[in-house]
Ligand binder design. Structure first.
Ligand SMILES: Cc1cc2nc3c(=O)[nH]c(=O)nc-3n(C[C@H](O)[C@H](O)[C@H](O)COP(=O)(O)OP(=O)(O)OC[C@H]3O[C@@H](n4cnc5c(N)ncnc54)[C@H](O)[C@@H]3O)c2cc1C
Length: 422
């Protein structure tokens, strides 16, 4: 077995791992990057990139329907060659183009040792990597990587709710939806979070009959209520059906369609559709890593990390979805922490400095938090988080009422949050 020594070994070559590996290499560290499939991860293959490409096609279709509004003769669209595959073929081409930036050669050129294989800890400082059968790896056998530090960034995968019969009836998730060759004539979407909504709106714009089934009492439950209500209104106006307080209890198959029994506000209802899309949250990829041997604590939602992204083993860090900070959740959690900091009596007397942008702790408050449907966006603290801050008032304005360069008016309040809804 080959043995090598590194300053840091990064496990998982998705958005998180690639940034950590490249950053460490730029600082002069000896870096190994271990990936079990292909560099690029969820974002490149089954997340941000394909979904934004899908949304772009869907937006084009929606705009075409409004041709007359923009001064063109009314138009209607047909898929190229009459097949939805023309849309997913474009998605594949976009992935290939963007994927050039994530190619192994790009990272090898930074002196990073890119290793495709299946890793498992054999001790807190040793990782054994077994080559994947059939891969064109230059390493023939297993390798032992010894390192001062590790970063686990193995990402997440769809969490499937325990709905009776769902597995047997069949369903798709973000892992299959971007390769569909045929547009489902009707689609039941489980989950009214950001992923469920952007996919729902896109498929409705392509012509699917879409019903969103959300267990909570509003869409985008992590957002401010005003945003949820606005999104719901827009989706309904575009022809989507939205069921709230609706829990899926049973799925089945009848002839050429699928059935879903939901309990909506205490009443049982049966829904029918050609396909079911599940977007009900994510779970961390921790299986097979032998984290117990490394002393890394984890639970069903995440690898447990502190605010420096350090795990329970001080030399092992975790970054990205595997820490349970899935997308928008990140920024909101940080804002809440920051808000709590502000309201702490000691901090209000100025004895301690606020978290600054030079603070190495994980903070995401300056990240725009985008929901990629239409409307999209959200930057900074929203009303939900601002509840943690005293003396806050809100100014709610429709976006059209905000002239460019105009600043929100500050009145009495120590902090003002403007929630802009298109
Ligand atoms: C439909 C959808 C749309 C999204 N849109 C956006 C968006 O617009 N903007 C945005 O910011 N985020 C978006 N996200 C979220 C974004 O994709 C993730 O937050 C991001 O990919 C997380 O990066 P990561 O590095 O943590 O994990 P990943 O990108 O999933 O990378 C993990 C990598 O680890 C590898 N791996 C897993 N297990 C092992 C193992 N045992 N050993 C070795 N390697 C392993 C995987 O193969 C993968 O390559 C979207 C997600 C989805 C599902």
């Amino acid at each position: 077995m080959t043995k090598s020594e590194f300053d840091i070994v990064v496990i998982g070559g998705g958005s998180g791992g690639l940034v950590v590996a490249a950053g460490a290499a730029h600082l002069g560290a000896r870096v190994a990057l271990v990936e079990k499939k292909a560099l690029g991860g969820d974002c490149l293959f089954t997340g941000c990139v394909p979904s934004k490409a899908l949304i772009r096609s869907a937006r084009f279709a929606a705009d075409l329907r409004r041709a007359a509004d923009f001064g063109f003769a009314p138009a209607h669209f047909e898929f190229n060659n009459g097949s939805f595959a023309s849309v997913t073929d474009r998605i594949r081409r976009v992935i290939e183009t963007v994927g050039e930036h994530d190619a192994p050669e790009v990272f090898r050129a930074l002196s990073i040792d890119v290793i495709i294989g299946t890793p498992r800890f054999t001790s807190p400082r040793e990782l054994e990597v077994t080559p994947i059968e059939g891969s064109e790896e230059k390493y023939a056998g297993a390798q032992m990587l010894r390192s001062k530090r590790f970063c686990i960034s193995t990402g997440s995968r769809p969490a499937i709710p325990p709905v009776e019969g769902l597995k047997e009836a069949g369903f798709i998730t973000n892992e299959e939806v971007f390769t569909l060759k045929k547009l489902p004539s009707s689609l039941l979407v489980l989950g009214g979070g950001p992923i469920g909504l952007e996919l729902s709106q896109s498929f409705a714009r392509f012509g699917s009959e879409v019903t969103i089934v959300e267990m909570g009492d509003r869409l985008l439950p992590k957002e401010d209520e005003e945003s949820s209500n606005a999104i719901e209104r827009i989706l309904r106006a575009e022809g989507l059906k939205v069921l709230l307080n609706a829990k899926a209890v049973r799925a089945g198959q009848a002839n050429d369609h699928k059935t879903l029994t939901v309990e909506e506000n205490g009443e049982i209802r049966e829904l029918h559709a050609e396909e079911i899309l599940v977007a009900t949250g994510r779970k961390p990829n921790v299986e097979g890593l032998n984290l117990e041997v490394a002393g890394v604590q984890y639970d069903k939602q995440r690898i447990v990390t502190d605010e420096y992204l350090r795990s329970s083993a001080p030399h092992i860090f975790a970054a990205g979805d595997v820490t349970g900070h899935f997308e928008a959740g990140d920024r909101r959690r940080f804002n809440r922490r920051r808000s709590r900091w502000r309201t702490h009596p000691r901090n209000r007397t100025g004895n301690e400095r606020a978290p600054s942008r030079h603070d190495p702790r994980q903070h995401d408050s300056r990240l725009p938090d985008t929901h990629a449907g239409q409307p999209e966006g959200g930057v900074g603290c929203g009303a939900v988080e601002a509840r943690f801050v005293q003396e806050t008032s809100f100014l709610l304005l429709p976006l059209v009422a905000v002239a460019r360069r105009q600043r929100p008016v500050r009145r009495k309040a120590t902090s003002l949050s403007a929630l802009l809804i298109e």
